[in-house]
Design a protein around this ligand. Structure first.
Ligand SMILES: C[S@@+](CC[C@H](N)C(=O)[O-])C[C@H]1O[C@@H](n2cnc3c(N)ncnc32)[C@H](O)[C@@H]1O
Length: 270
């Protein structure tokens, strides 16, 4: 009998759930995304991220697409003119309004929106040739969600922030609290490995101007948006950092995303 290696004995989904539970960067509710919808819709379509993401897709034989956590239709609407049918799924009704409008503005009649969460009943979600889950996989149980996604498509593309938080480690170190990280993209790669799926991983280096050229007031507001209200000590340290470090250093404004892709119809490892 061939025994499991020590790597195969690690339950990466348990590690994922543990890290997700203690992470200081909790998943956001639909209302949070509703508020982000107008600004996101305005800026994402022309981004380097979208161009790079699309250039990495294998669209051979693909007629139908399910874009999960679609936002304003970032990828689904951008790809719709190459496909027969695109289903854009999201739990934010505002994001879906923009997805619909973006499809209409481009004269597309093959985009269907579905208001759903990862935790709802997906029995009416159609199976598609391809599924994309871009920048939306902050889920409670990675394995459960991966199983759900895998049941809906032959080819799957998932992007997840390569590592760390959106806020610089240097800045987090100035705050009172100790921060626990989010799970990493490597949790996903290893959970898939546990599930018998060998995924390809590549990286997308995309622009992220959220923290570039901000006034002190904007700088503090951005941090409070993510972390919550700051103490007086934190504000003082951030003021000092903004004046002496932030405004003097070159800000490259880029961020890296891991693109994990695989075919659900290929033979399993085990
Ligand atoms: C950062 S945006 C990404 C949007 C788009 N996929 C992109 O890459 O530009 C995250 C999206 O995931 C959606 N989302 C987050 N959690 C979700 C959940 N539990 N169920 C369904 N959608 C969710 C949000 O509403 C939001 O539109």
């Amino acid at each position: 009998m061939l025994k499991a290696s020590n790597l195969q004995q690690i339950d990466f989904n348990e590690l994922y759930k543990e890290q997700q539970k203690k992470s200081s960067f909790a998943p956001k509710l639909a209302q949070h995304w509703d508020k982000k919808a107008p600004s996101m819709s305005k800026r994402v379509f022309e981004s380097v991220y979208v161009k790079d993401f699309i250039s990495k897709l294998n669209l051979d034989g693909v007629k139908t697409l399910l874009d999960v956590g679609c936002g304003p239709g970032t990828l689904g609407v951008s790809l719709a003119d190459k496909l027969e049918k695109v289903y854009c799924l999201d739990f934010s009704s505002e994001m879906l309004k923009f997805a619909k409008k973006n499809a209409q503005d481009r004269g597309l009649s093959n985009v269907v929106t579905m208001e759903k969460s990862f935790y709802d009943d997906w029995s009416d979600v159609p199976k598609c040739d391809m599924l994309i889950a871009s920048r939306c996989m902050m889920v409670k149980d990675a394995k459960e969600t991966l199983k759900l996604l895998n049941s809906k498509a032959k080819r799957v593309y998932i992007s997840y922030k390569t590592d760390g938080s959106f806020i610089d480690e240097e800045i987090l170190n100035l705050l009172d609290e100790d921060f626990e990280q989010k799970p990493s993209y490597m949790h996903f790669v290893n959970i898939l490995y546990n599930m018998g799926i060998c995924a390809d991983v590549s990286f997308i280096r995309s622009e992220n101007d959220r923290f570039v050229n901000l006034s002190l007031e904007q700088f503090i507001r951005k941090i409070e948006d993510d972390i919550g209200e700051l103490s007086k000590g934190e504000r003082d340290r951030l003021r000092n950092y903004h004046e002496n470090v932030y405004t003097k250093k070159e800000q490259d404004g880029f961020i890296s995303w891991a693109l994990i892709s695989y075919d659900t119809t290929l033979g399993k490892l085990k």
